[in-house]
Design a protein around this ligand. Sequence first.
Ligand code: 6CM
Length: 258
Amino acid sequence: HSVLAAGTGTGNNSISSAHHGHHMWPEIERVTMEQIHYARLSVEDSVGVWQLFAEEGEMKMYRREEEVNGMVIDPLKACHVVKGVTGHEVCEYFFNPQYRLEWEATVETTTVLEKIADDTLLFLQVHKRIWPASQRDALFWSHMRHVPDDKDQDGPDIWVVCNNSVDIPDLPANTGKCVRLYLTVCLMCQTFVDPPKDGAKVTRNDLTCKITYCSVVNPGGWAPPAVLRAVYKREYPKFLKRFTNYVIDQCQDKPILF
Ligand code: 6CM
């Protein structure tokens, strides 16, 4: 498999139709819509469902303890509010592989196996090994989408990136040193603009971005539950802080991408 050049043009707001003929497309469409729906459900309304495990400033992280056959698959939901960037920008930095290793602390290598469309990539990632478990890899599609303002829903339009594992017979799991993990991840963003006085130009000081991050990871094979939960408790807050600070930093002196 070839490693494609990293640059992915997602600059325009229209959903490209290039992937509509791809065999994975119906699944990508279905999972993305389902994840958007799930991300929109408020944590506060689901009383007793979510347990707050980390809080720092505007950032709140919740989890649900769940195990299947002794394997930890705790769903995670995080909410954050950051200033000075748009949802489109946040999604672009999350989606575009050229930036991945600058903010991803758990990944050793990231490879684009296929460019399904400008806004849809197929990834093979190898994670850093965490003692005493085996090293993990992940094979997943990643899809970025703009969901225009819906009159029936509250709030402004949404930018979202959805990552979801796939099985590909030509790339079987667990054949090398890695155990394959399975992930479903959704990063959803909404941008709020404080209208500047007297029709002045919108600056980064007027921007607020609301971020919702949802994740379910199945480790795919044995991993000690206590170690895994300790890793998640440490790594998820670290990820969301590091990633959002990275985006703020990168965007600072650039024109706003609405
Ligand atoms: O969503 C995140 N990153 C995306 C781009 O890389 C992508 C990846 C998600 C992977 C989440 C899995 C993390 C677990 C890594 C180690 C597993 C080792 C198992 C053995 C432990 C005893 O969606 C940010 C992900 C942030 C993760 C903390």
